[in-house]
Structure formats: C-alpha cells, structure tokens
Design a protein around this ligand. Structure first.
Ligand code: 2P0
Length: 333
C-alpha cells in the first residue's frame, strides 16, 4: 500500500482565479499553463493500519493535523480519497519540493498531482489522464494541469459534478524547444495570503470579477493560437495581460490582495524597458512575489546576466517545458 511519484509544477499563461464550486474545486474560467522542467515534487504515500492518524511531512517538516496545510488541503484531499476507495486507513505522506514551499511557485500543483498519481497506483484505480487530472483537481485546482507535461489547458467544464473539468495537453514538452520561462525568486518567505481563501474573497468582493471570468476564455484561445503558430509575441502579450487582469481583480478585492514586493515591481518596469530596447520578454506573476519571465532561447543568456545582478533577485532558474507526472520506484521512507 505504498507508492511514490514525481510531478512538475506549472505556471499559468492564462490564469485561474476563482471557483464556481469550492467543494469540487471547479473554476469559473478556463486557463492554460506551461509545466516547468526544473521545479518538481517527489512524494511517497502509504496507507497502512499501523497508522492511527495521518502523518504529513513536507521538506522534512511535520505538519500536525491542526495545521491549515493539513486541514484545508491534505486532510481534505485524503477524505475525498477514502470515500472514493472506501477505506478507513490512515496515511503517511512524505513530500520533497526542490523549490520554496508556498511562495507562489505552484507547490500545491506539483504536490497534489504527485499524490493523485500515487493514489491511483496504490488502489489500482486504472485512471486515464482525464481521471488523474480530475482527482488531482480535488486536491488543488492548478494540480489538474500538473498531470501533463508541455502546454496544458484546464477545461472549466459545464457539469455540476465536475466530470468535464479536467486538464488536457495542448502540446507536449518537445513541441517548442526554444520556449523558456525564467523564474526570478525575489523572496522565499511563505506568502501572506493563501490562494484558496483569497480567490474566494475575490469572487465575493471584487467589482471586476465578472469581467475577469468572461474575458479569460478568449485569452486561452489567443494563447492556443499563439502556440499553434509559434507566435511568441501573441503568447507573451496575452499572458502578460491575463496576469495583469488577475492582479486587477486581486487589488480590488476587499481587503486588497497584493502579492508584489518592491523587487517584483522593479522587475516589471525593467522587463517593459528592455522590451522597448528590443529584448522581447514578458512577465507573469502568481500568488506570490516571484516573477516568471517568458522568453525564447536566443535571449536567455542576456536576460540571465541582467537578472542575476538585479537588486533583490535572490535566484534565477531557467525553465523549459517540463514533463508528465509519473510513478517512480524510489521511496522517501
Ligand atoms: C494559476 N494560481 O492559474 C493561478 C494564478 C495562483 C495565481 O492556481 O484553491 O493553489 O488549491 O484550487 O491551485 C493557485 O491556486 O488553488 C493558482 P486551489 P491553487 O496558477
């Protein structure tokens, strides 16, 4: 009753922000992401009668059952799993991320995708990719996308039961080998506002939420067209605009949700300035102060040189499109 899996994190080109069903984790709007080759989670999951409660260890730190990490996220997911496979066994989860936890680098995406893969293996569920994505989605929305490598669209679906809300691969990791996403770490502190309650506050209080949700589907179509035609400008401008529209909603939530720090803002200015000077790159941010920069391989060296000496940037990691989540034989305990 033990299995291990690896899943890569992903960064949205068109963002997900807001649920139409909180219980099943169903989004208001479609969204599309790129899976990252450098950031991943390795997880081992075991169900056994020797456990008298669930045990959760992430990056060598144990999270008790009273913590919000357990209650709001992992414990909730394990309840979904127990109901589905009809067991009352407790589980031990040991999970390692090779990147900072909860700092807006999609640790819940890779974490719950890896868990879904391990659950499928342990209980012989024989889920196909859609089924795996639906299971991962019930852990964390963005995890639906981390089942796949390459460029991935999460279909918002129409049905109330969520059976048509899963992610599918649009293009695999080999389709556009020159495409890059440079992650600039500007802080490794845990974020102040967790995505889950924050996006719900946006749904309830931002006067722009409705427009945000309605405009997103068109953005997804534009990014897909840009990918299909390998039109970097179309992908980049659409992604940057989607990020800013999401931030418009975040900033107009009551109380305001502001993830940027000073370095984040200075990087945004710099990227726009460099673009005016002919260096074509675009920024995107998520629920944290890190900046991810979309660019093509030909500009990576120049950008990395500039970013490495940028005040406030702690680390620069160049990502290519990454891989499908998968079962691995190496167990962490
Ligand atoms: C995204 N984010 O599309 C957006 C952009 C953050 C900003 O998905 O409540 O951890 O678990 O479904 O997936 C982060 O939210 O939220 C996220 P839940 P999740 O990547």
């Amino acid at each position: 009753m033990k299995a291990s899996a690896i899943a890569h994190s992903n960064i949205a080109l068109c963002k997900y922000w807001g649920k139409r069903n909180e219980e099943l984790i169903l989004p208001f709007n479609a969204n599309i992401s790129m899976t990252l080759n450098k950031f991943f989670t390795h997880t081992t999951l075991e169900f056994d009668k020797k456990y008298d409660k669930d045990i959760l260890v992430i990056n060598d730190k144990e999270y008790a059952n009273e913590t919000k990490e357990y209650k709001l996220y992992v414990g909730r997911f394990l309840r979904v799993v127990r109901e589905r496979v009809n067991t009352d066994l407790y589980a031990r989860i040991v999970s390692n991320n090779n990147f900072p936890l909860a700092a807006g680098l999609a640790s819940s995406a890779s974490g719950f995708a890896a868990l879904a893969i391990a659950v499928n293996e342990i209980f012989n569920l024989s889920l196909d990719k859609n089924g795996l994505s639906i299971l991962a989605r019930q852990g964390s929305g963005s995890a639906a996308r981390s089942i796949h490598g390459g460029f991935v669209e999460w279909l918002k679906g129409e049905n109330e039961n969520g059976e048509d809300s899963y992610a599918k691969q649009v293009f695999d990791e080999n389709y556009w080998p020159e495409f890059r996403m440079i992650a600039c770490i500007t802080s490794t502190e845990e974020k102040k506002y967790k995505s889950r309650p924050s996006m719900q506050m946006s749904v309830e209080t931002s006067p722009y939420f409705k427009q945000w949700a309605e405009g997103s589907d068109e953005d997804v179509q534009k990014v897909k067209q840009g990918l299909r035609e390998k039109d970097f400008t179309l992908v980049g401008t659409t992604a940057e605009h989607s990020c800013m529209k999401m931030n418009g909603v975040m900033w107009t939530t009551k109380p305001a949700i502001i993830y940027q720090n000073q370095t984040t803002i200075e990087l945004m200015h710099a990227i726009m300035q460099w673009r005016e000077e002919g260096l074509e790159s675009y920024y995107t941010m998520d629920a944290g102060p890190q900046v991810k920069i979309l660019c093509l391989e030909k500009d990576v060296d120049v950008l990395v040189e500039k970013l490495s000496k940028f005040d406030g940037v702690e680390k620069v990691v160049v990502n290519k499109p990454g891989y499908d989540a998968k079962v691995v034989s190496e167990h962490l305990f």
